[in-house]
Design a protein around this ligand. Sequence first.
Ligand SMILES: [Ca+2]
Ligand SMILES: [Ca+2]
Ligand SMILES: [Ca+2]
Ligand SMILES: [Ca+2]
Length: 373
Amino acid sequence: MVIHSYMTFLTSVGTNVSGFKISDAPQEFIDTHFELKIFVKVEHKNRGKLYLAVLNIELMKMNRLFAFLFIMLAVLSCKEDDNGGILEAAPPRELAEVAVENDAEIIAFLETHFYNYEEFEAPPANFDFKIKVDTLEGDNANKTPLIDQVISSNVTVSSFEFGLDGEEEVQHTFYYLIAREGVGESPTIADSTFVRYRGSLLDGSVFDASDFNPVWFDLARIQTPLQGFRGFSEGMVNFKSGDEVTVNDDGTVLVENYGVGMMIFPSGLGGFNNIQATIPAYSPLIFTIDMFSMIQSDHDNDGIPSILEDDDLDGLIFNDNTDMDALANYFDADDDNDDIDTIDEIELDADGNFVGFRDTDGDGTPDHLDNDN
Ligand SMILES: [Ca+2]
Ligand SMILES: [Ca+2]
Ligand SMILES: [Ca+2]
Ligand SMILES: [Ca+2]
């Protein structure tokens, strides 16, 4: 019953995030969450806002954060029964174990597949600069496999990001391919990109695509565990945009020389055990990307680019929240809650562009994060 009322509380909070405090949760629940078998009512509709509430508590006691994430993810990984709403959480697998397994699956894929690199090297007339992947067999048996063309990098994932037991940090290997370089800028994981994309599983099935019309993606938002596409953000930083975007009279968009690439990443950089309609749990994901354009994000318009609000430099934008209110620093125009707007506590040039931080009292904490300064 405690759990049930707690879940009701959480979802109702989603409609009024600013009033939420984790300390309002029953202490009995916080102290015992891992021993409890969890049954919750179906309350999915405020999922996104629920996550905003999580931003509130990152710097509070770890077991409290843990409890919150655990419940939140339990909601997402549950299967609905036929009787209208009683759910049971499936126990998640070990992050480290899945990372190794996924990497083996990805490598096997890369060793047995190739892409139309010959077309990218010598573009035929009317080539559409789309990546096409096929298996190395028959007439294509002697093509260069993807494994010889991808670049790999490592991303550290903390198991607590998925609400898993312990705080194990697990290296995940991420692969990307640059088919065409692009001529513009690359985003950071906190910026927004204007892309066409196609997302698929290793078996080739497409789970989501916008092949014709480019869409904007806020990479800072996509990297959150509830969105489940951190790998997409990590991957986009490797691609470059094209020339200037031209919007035609009919609303179509023209961009030349945009970057074209592909990224392949394990489920620890995706949704992990979160089951979506077209993505089974623990699935590695592939995205092909046409990278048209980007903008540097300053989500809260406080003068500090969002990428510089990752104060603990862990590559996650959503988990820095100096004043522990409802908003992470990149969404908070007064990070230290001293009633002085951040924009008045930093150095800007005459055009309002970020120049640097101030530390008036010399204590090592910049003014905008220092509530006694
Ligand atoms: Ca900002
Ligand atoms: Ca961070
Ligand atoms: Ca804050
Ligand atoms: Ca302030």
